[in-house]
Design a protein around this ligand. Structure first.
Ligand SMILES: Nc1ncnc2c1ncn2[C@@H]1O[C@H](COP(=O)(O)OP(=O)(O)OP(=O)(O)O)[C@@H](O)[C@H]1O
Ligand SMILES: [Mg+2]
Ligand SMILES: [Mg+2]
Length: 476
């Protein structure tokens, strides 16, 4: 039987507000357990939640950025369930009237574009955290996370493969950082997703039964978890059995998913409007204001890179996939607008590789954008060859000295004296009679041999293009 995979994602975006959504407790990550939880987060009797307007503004920013419908009147509901990390016995969320309604996200896979519909995005508070490994057999609860504002973005079941799900998630991950509503830190859990997966016979309209994989916090795990789950469900159906609707956990070490609990139905939560909170009313003025403060969005920036800077779609896509990467690149162009393509290549190549290898964010790069820009100018003005530039880059990385200082101190400037270069070329030709005769017999590849020798003798300090031309002349 041919099966079709169906995926819908719930992405939890932690909004980067200073204080919590309903209290003034701070939201900093990594603080001492329970040092950032106040009476409101604990749900003690007699307290009242007070809405943090910043969280509302940030949710609206998302809605405006994806051009979604915004519910100008939206309502907080109580979602009731018992769990030790939820002291109130309910989570404040939004059910029937979410702040953001329908919207769309466009993803690109290879050379195909696909639209993924967004069902809704609602505001809610995060729960606390159970700590199982600190007190022997006891479990402790840290409520620092309780009450941190989340925007849960729910997609339609529109994705058909793990790759599409990853592309969609990455797109949202990039966007929320561009519009500065989330720090995007997946390791710290600021951006995580639940993947709902089902399969159905190809051509069938009705959806199959879904399993929900909770709290996935890396793109790699998302892809692996979905692929594992799809295979598990296929095996079940092919055995003639039924998939059960349940919540599962992805174990990244064993690369498998395990059942956590049967999935609750919506009505198990006994949702009802929170009587402690007024509906949120969004005025046209506020909407207008948010629109005006929105920065250039990733797609717009990408288009500008293609149209105005002449970059390829691919390069523009890579460079704009991270706001900080695109910012760095644009600072380089301030002094180097003639070498756009070369700057792009160095950011995506040498620099990204070094940052990756040392696990450093581009904001903390030991080589700043103006410094790299200068290095590139030294390639384009023929002071050094590309090969030498790669060495200079390494010295810059380690020493933080400028390209010019390094070139000077290490004597790396390219030889420009043609007479000297000619002498070396003639010397190489004179010592390579066999290779010369091979060249004369039509073996053009042998040129590489000569170039290699010349590079060796000059320590790479010659311009390969010049050498190539001269060499051909001398060999004829
Ligand atoms: N049969 C299905 N196969 C795959 N995905 C599905 C299927 N049915 C629903 N989905 C997806 O599951 C997600 C459901 O999220 P939603 O927040 O609406 O409800 P929930 O998961 O039941 O509730 P909760 O927020 O409590 O986890 C959506 O992304 C939706 O597209
Ligand atoms: Mg949900
Ligand atoms: Mg869910």
């Amino acid at each position: 039987m041919k099966w079709e995979t169906v995926i819908g994602l719930e992405i939890h975006v932690q909004l980067n507000t200073k204080s919590k959504i309903f209290s003034s407790a701070l939201t900093k990550y990594g603080k001492k357990p329970n040092s950032q939880a106040c009476a409101i987060d604990l749900g003690l009797p007699g307290v009242l939640p007070v809405l943090n307007v910043e969280a509302v503004n940030k949710a609206i920013r998302f809605g405006v950025a994806i051009n979604a419908h915004i519910n100008k009147r939206n309502i907080f509901d109580r979602k009731n369930y018992f769990y030790p990390d939820l002291p109130k016995g309910y989570q404040i969320s939004q059910m029937d009237w979410p702040i953001i309604g329908k919207g769309k996200i466009e993803i690109i896979l290879g050379n195909q574009t696909k639209v993924i519909c967004i069902t809704r995005a609602h505001l809610e508070e995060d729960a606390g955290k159970s700590i199982h490994d600190m007190f022997d057999d006891n479990t402790a609860i840290d409520l620092n996370r309780a009450g941190i504002p989340l925007l849960e973005i729910v997609s339609e079941p529109d994705m058909r493969s793990a790759k599409e799900a990853v592309a969609y998630t990455k797109k949202i991950h990039t966007l929320v950082q561009y519009i500065d509503i989330c720090d995007g830190n997946m390791q710290e859990g600021s951006f995580r997703c639940d993947a709902n997966i089902s399969i159905r016979p190809k051509g069938q309209k009705e959806l199959g039964t879904r399993a929900e994989l909770k709290n996935i916090n890396s793109f790699k795990f998302l892809e692996r978890a979905i692929n594992f789950e799809v295979k598990r469900q296929k095996d079940i159906l092919e055995e003639g059995e039924k998939v059960v609707q349940e919540t599962r956990l992805y174990d990244s070490i064993k690369n498998e998913t395990r059942s956590m609990r049967l999935k609750e139905e919506t009505n198990d939560y006994r949702y009802f409007p929170d009587p402690d909170l007024l509906p949120i009313e969004i005025s046209n003025e506020l909407l207008e204001k948010v629109k005006q403060t929105l920065p250039e969005l990733p797609d717009q920036r990408k288009t500008r890179f293609v149209v105005e800077l002449g970059l390829s779609e691919y390069d523009a896509d890579v460079l704009t996939s991270q706001k900080s990467l695109a910012d760095y690149f644009e600072v380089m162009l301030e002094d180097n607008i003639v070498n756009i393509k070369l700057c792009a290549n160095w950011v995506m190549g040498e620099l990204s590789a070094a940052l990756n290898k040392h696990q450093i964010d581009i904001q903390n790069s030991p080589i700043t954008a103006p410094a790299l820009s200068l290095l590139i100018s030294r390639i384009s003005d023929d002071t050094i060859s590309v090969k030498t530039a790669k060495d200079v880059f390494k010295y810059m990385w380690d020493s933080k000295n400028s390209a010019d200082e390094i070139i000077k101190v290490r004597g790396l400037k390219q030889m420009t004296n043609m007479v000297e270069i000619e002498v070396i070329i003639e010397q190489v030709i004179a010592n390579s009679t066999l290779q010369v005769s091979q060249f004369k017999l039509g073996n053009n590849k042998i040129l590489g041999f000569f170039i290699g020798k010349i590079m060796e003798l000059t320590g790479g300090k010659v311009n390969p293009k010049q050498v190539n031309e001269l060499l051909r002349k001398k060999l004829l």
